[in-house]
Design a protein around this ligand. Structure first.
Ligand code: HMG
Length: 391
């Protein structure tokens, strides 16, 4: 199953926001039993962007340590995956390319298919590297998940970015062929161009996700993929962490396995630690699961990890990766923890202000208040142009 020439994730770095809203605060405000959040959906808190943070500032913050470690010279392509795009025409990746001072000889593009797009970006990156093994591709997944306030989706908001360097002889994860893929035209979650917040049919979206788990696994096995027993762990897209458990039970049931909760926890337990406190980060979510797994697991060298990437609408992909020898020396565990722990708690009123602030201005010139202590910020909107700066 392993590829002849190993290609995969050579480095992975994450970033999230300045602020965090604990679910205890949301529960107290709306009178919900906090057990519904902590146990029912499996979420403790959600990342909340400052007024001067967005997918670009988070994406650049995630990618900067990768450029600092490896340099930018081998990177000829940046693929920016997002579903909370800030422009209908220009790729958010171009702002990141500029903020990081990368060479002009680079192609930059933005990809969209709800939460799935980062996996498309990873697979396209592998294709580019296979064509030209000297090339490295920078994949950035960055999203702000925003639903209407006082809606059922509100408790599943969040924001984060993951940057991955894709190349040959990867230090972290070798991505294998084959992939199992699945597409179905469903309206479970969508965001028309005129809306800042997503529309969702919650129960339909859970059903569509579960159907996609079966569909992508079925295709994976038909393509000659590994058997379920071979996997040490599974990284699922986690709109809320309990969804990974629902999905894995569905997979075990579909494969005719007993639902052994102890085994399920062994497969998933470590993958939820970052998503549980960050919330839904859409495209980044499944790769936050990978970061949490690698950061916390005992030695996974040579072990197979299953990835299930789901994006509403809907597209899903199941694929496997094997963990590379010596991977632990390349992890960013302390920096990842710091990115999460440095967030400042906000109260409910402040969270509401920030939720409202992100609506687009009327096109007039607008100085954005300086709030973030992260490395990059959105400083202003001038003549309909976004102005970013390094802090
Ligand atoms: P809801 O109506 O607020 O909650 O919606 P619920 O009544 O379904 O309860 C949720 C769970 O909490 C249930 O457990 C309850 O029993 C339990 P389950 O039956 O599911 O096992 N519960 C409690 N547990 C302990 N103590 C209590 C208690 N009370 C209730 N006191 C929903 C929940 C997730 C639907 C809502 O938050 C929502 O609409 N979220 C947004 C949509 C979403 O996340 N969908 C997930 C699948 S689609 C997807 O992953 C794609 C996505 O990321 C977008 C993209 O691809 O771009 C969203």
């Amino acid at each position: 199953m392993a590829n002849d020439s190993a290609i995969g994730i050579h480095d992975l770095s994450l970033a999230t926001t300045e602020f965090v809203l604990p679910h205890t605060v949301l529960a107290e405000y709306n009178g919900t039993d906090v057990g519904k959040y902590h146990v029912g959906i499996g979420q403790r808190s959600m990342s909340v962007p400052a007024a001067d943070e967005d997918i670009v500032t988070m994406g650049a913050a995630a990618a900067a340590p990768i450029i600092a470690r490896h340099g930018g010279d081998g990177i000829r392509t940046i693929i920016f995956a997002t579903e909370s795009s800030i422009d209908q025409a220009k790729s958010a990746g171009i702002y990141v390319h500029s903020l990081l001072g990368l060479p002009a000889a680079t192609r930059v593009v933005e990809l969209k298919q709800a939460c799935y797009a980062a996996t498309a970006a990873l697979q396209f990156a592998i294709g580019l590297v296979r064509r030209d093994p000297a090339q490295r591709v920078l994949v950035i997944a960055s999203d702000v998940s925003r639903y209407d306030v006082d809606s059922p989706g509100e408790a599943t908001q969040g924001a984060a970015a993951v940057a991955m360097l894709v190349g040959t002889d990867p230090a972290l994860v070798r991505v294998e062929d084959p992939s199992g893929v699945f597409t179905a035209d469903v309206m479970d979650f969508w965001r028309p161009n005129y809306r800042e917040t997503a529309l969702v049919d919650g129960q339909e979206s859970i059903g569509a996700y579960l159907l996609a788990v079966e569909g992508s696994w079925k295709d994976y096995t038909e393509q000659g993929g590994r058997s379920l027993e071979e996997f040490a762990a599974f990284c699922y897209h986690q709109p809320f962490t309990k969804m990974a458990y629902k999905a894995h039970r569905q997979l075990l049931n579909y494969c005719g396995h007993d639902i052994d909760e102890e085994r399920i926890t062994r497969h998933l337990g470590l993958t939820t630690a970052y998503n549980n406190v960050i919330g839904n980060s859409y495209t980044a979510s499944v790769y936050l699961a990978l970061a949490a797994l690698l950061d916390q697991a005992d030695d996974l060298t040579g072990r197979a990890v299953g990835f299930l990437s789901y994006g509403s609408g809907s597209v899903a992909e199941f694929f496997a990766g094997t963990v590379a020898p010596g991977y632990r020396e390349h992890l960013r565990t302390a920096a990842n923890r710091e990115a999460i722990d440095r967030r400042k708690e906000v109260g409910h009123a402040r969270y509401r202000e920030l939720h409202g602030h992100s609506f687009p201005p009327d096109g007039g010139d607008h100085l954005v208040p300086a709030e973030t202590t992260g490395p990059f910020r959105l400083a202003a909107l001038r003549g309909h142009k976004r102005v970013y700066e390094a802090r």
